[in-house]
Ligand binder design. Structure first.
Ligand code: NAD
Length: 350
């Protein structure tokens, strides 16, 4: 297994491999860049098919966090950690405690947050052994309601702001009344996004692999249920991917009728070149990691003093960043994904 010559290595500052014989913990912590501050990123638990797969994932995700935090105007670097194992079978309190002790040994260079396969209670176990975790304290959420550390409300609000900004830029509309929006995945973020859109007067079309989630959106928000196979090609104004990655690809893009793609899913582009393909099809793509930064902004404020009005105002700066990206894209004729990466690099590279 190569490390320094790994295709995803990209000058990572630090990589740490941990093994705890007693609990069976095998974990990797990757710190991509700390020029702007300590690296904050999720701790993912996943049953990787191989160590190589785990390494590849942690390197890719860690780099992504550097770019996300830089564009979210946060004094944070990028990092990520992975625990190798099936969270439903291998997650024990002892294993999480061992992870907490390992996090402590990074000396604050990396701060772990919730991710796929880990939850707020899991992070709370780690927190008994280290301060280097985030998203674990009870606080008032951005909606003014009590919140246990779950960043989804903030992510959904940021996605709503991003979607509105993209609609204004592409369709020249300030209000969302009657705007047709297709949401793929009405989970923690997608459902809350749907609520914001509903209050703004949008017409909603939703799909999910969980029938109960779809039914909730239909009964509570008056959304129209759509088969999974049709959501991407629906005749709507906006497509909001809020389920899974790689949905924007060679097959889907030519079928997309929406003029705007703005959603919360990570890694929506199957390949970086797909932002060019979207542009070629006249579709404005709001880069996913700019749009879905509400969660990391929320988690950051937990560390520096959480005031929900401040958090809301910071999340609203997603609009300014997107406008800058769209403006540069229009001026240069280059796709928004490329421009976003460049803008991030301007901010975090010395
Ligand atoms: P979630 O698991 O709560 O919701 C995802 C929903 O998508 C689920 O209801 C699931 O059933 C559905 N889904 C899965 N595959 C599907 C498919 N093929 N077709 C239709 N629906 C499908 O997750 P979430 O927290 O809402 O996150 C959604 C996306 O946003 C993820 O890609 C996540 O990585 C990203 N994201 C989330 C946050 C956050 O704060 N939660 C922050 C940044 C990015």
């Amino acid at each position: 297994m190569s490390v320094f010559s790994h295709p995803e290595f990209d000058n990572h500052e630090q990589l740490a491999f941990f093994c705890d014989e007693e609990t069976g913990l095998k974990a990797i912590i990757a710190v991509h860049n700390t020029n702007l501050g300590p690296a904050l990123g999720g701790c993912r638990m996943w049953e990787y098919a191989s160590d190589e797969e785990a390494l590849c994932d942690v390197l890719r995700l860690s780099k992504g966090m550097t770019y996300k935090s830089a564009l979210a105007n946060l004094k944070l670097g990028g990092g990520k950690s992975v625990i190798i194992g099936d969270p439903r079978k291998h997650k024990t309190e002892e294993l999480l405690a061992a992870m907490g002790r390992f996090l402590e040994r990074t000396g604050g260079q990396y701060i772990a947050a919730e991710d796929s396969g880990t939850s707020v209670p899991d992070l709370q176990v780690m927190n008994r052994f280290t301060e280097n975790v985030a998203g674990v304290t009870e606080r008032t959420g951005i909606d003014g309601l009590p919140c246990n550390g779950d960043p989804s409300p903030a992510t959904a609000y940021g996605t709503f702001i991003g979607l509105k900004t993209a609609v204004k830029h592409k369709l020249g509309r300030d209000d969302l009344n009657g705007l047709k929006v297709a949401i793929q995945g009405v989970g923690n973020v997608g459902y809350r996004l749907a609520k914001h859109l509903k209050y703004a007067g949008a017409e909603l079309f939703v799909t999910d692999i969980h029938e109960e989630s779809v039914q909730l959106a239909v009964t509570e928000l008056g959304a129209t249920a759509v088969p999974q196979s049709e959501i991407l090609s629906l005749d709507v104004d906006v497509l909001a991917p809020c389920a899974l990655g790689a949905v924007l690809n060679d097959v889907s893009i030519p079928r997309i009728k929406a003029k705007v793609v703005a959603g919360a899913s990570n890694n929506q582009l199957a390949h970086p070149r797909h932002d060019q393909l979207l542009m070629d099809h006249g579709i404005l793509y709001a880069p996913d990691y700019v749009v879905n930064a509400g969660g990391i902004i929320d988690v950051y404020y937990e560390r520096v003093g959480h005031e929900h009005e401040k958090v809301r105002a910071h999340i609203e700066t997603i609009a300014d960043t997107l406008e800058e990206i769209f403006k540069r894209s229009d001026a240069s004729g280059r796709p928004t994904g490329q421009i976003a990466d460049e803008l991030a690099e301007e901010r975090f590279m010395k």
